[in-house]
Design a protein around this ligand. Structure first.
Ligand SMILES: [Zn+2]
Length: 158
């Protein structure tokens, strides 16, 4: 799907969603949609606020949050597991190849690049199924939760 088509489809999906609920399609909502559609990877509401600051209108954090909820309900964006309690989203119409480390204790996440594993996954074939992307979570404990830093410090002090 080309970029223009991807964007126009998302906009018509949002417009339809809003009109069905008698909500207005405000310039603020369209501006947020524009930034979301241009995002190459996952983003947080704070990222959007930064990106949109300095435009003709002032956006509050609440507007960004509420618009993201609308975009999620209209299937334009989807939620990603939060990283340390920060809400993270991604554009639903992009093809993603995600490898993410998730700490089972504190919930912190870290995106991982692993060319070898990515290549292996992309080579997989499944009967009656064509893969368009993947989202792989690897669970475990981060260094902070394993107390690695503290152990190292203690060793140095000795
Ligand atoms: Zn942790």
């Amino acid at each position: 799907m080309n970029e223009e088509k991807r964007k126009s489809e998302a906009e018509s999906r949002l417009r339809q969603y809003l009109s069905e609920r008698h909500l207005r399609c405000t310039p603020e909502r369209l501006a947020i949609l524009g930034v979301v559609m241009d995002a190459r990877g996952p983003f947080t509401p704070a990222d959007l606020l930064t990106e949109l600051s300095g435009r003709d209108f002032r956006l509050s954090q609440a507007t960004v949050y509420n618009t993201l909820k609308l975009l999620e309900a209209a299937s334009v964006v989807r939620h990603r597991p939060s990283s340390g309690g920060v809400e993270t989203y991604e554009c639903a119409s992009r093809v993603y190849e995600h490898l993410t480390l998730v700490c089972s204790r504190c919930g912190r996440t870290r995106e991982l690049r692993d060319a070898e594993l990515t290549k292996l996954i992309k080579l997989r074939r499944y009967p009656s199924f064509v893969m368009s992307g993947f989202d792989l979570y690897i669970h475990g404990l981060c260094s902070r939760c394993r107390g690695v830093g503290r152990a190292r410090r203690t060793a140095k002090e000795k």
